[in-house]
Design a protein around this ligand. Structure first.
Ligand code: HEM
Length: 147
């Protein structure tokens, strides 16, 4: 069960990543070219949000089931897995959640696209930076490697 959750969390990052990249590109193009906010845009953004929340649940399960909170944080690898991964990724997921919610609250199509582009974009940057930090702090991991 634990191995399934670990592999699911490891592989699901690609679902989150691809949806986020597509959603950010769409939102940027909608914002800058003042396009209408379509039902397709809304669905894409909701799927992206849901994929990030699924990743959060998988991450929390792996974190607590494997006792990552008990690891020695005096070394870089321990600090990364005990605190940095979880806090940075949760921050990214909060930004994605706020962006989606703000896009629902405003009426104007350009403002909807702008909220998605800014908040999802920041979330994406944080996720990529955190995976770079992972490769630096834990030499057993690779940027694209799925375990
Ligand atoms: C969008 C959010 C997230 C992404 C993209 C992500 C991505 C990743 C990646 C790429 C790995 C390394 C997998 C490997 O080397 O095979 C990993 C491992 C891990 N993640 Fe996340 N993560 C996210 C959120 C979270 C959250 C919120 C938590 C905790 C609450 C978490 C806990 C963990 C743990 C404990 C591991 C180590 C698993 C192991 O190998 O035992 N992750 N994550």
């Amino acid at each position: 069960m634990n191995d399934i959750l670990k592999s699911a969390h490891s592989g699901w990052r690609y679902v989150v990543f691809i949806l986020l990249v597509v959603a950010v590109i769409n939102a940027l193009s909608g914002w800058l070219s003042k396009k209408p906010y379509t039902e397709g845009n809304r669905k894409l953004n909701v799927f992206t949000l849901v994929s990030a929340h699924i990743q959060l649940l998988l991450g929390l399960a792996v974190y607590f089931l494997n006792g990552w909170y008990k690891i020695d944080s005096s070394v870089a690898m321990g600090r990364y897995w005990k605190m940095e991964h979880i806090s940075m990724m949760i921050l990214a997921i909060i930004l994605i959640t706020v962006g989606n919610s703000r896009s629902k609250k405003v009426a104007d199509a350009t403002a909807k696209h702008k909220n998605i582009a800014v908040f999802f974009g920041l979330g994406l940057i944080i996720i990529i930076a955190t995976i770079f930090m992972m490769v630096k702090s834990d030499p057993s991991r690779t940027f694209f490697g799925v375990s």
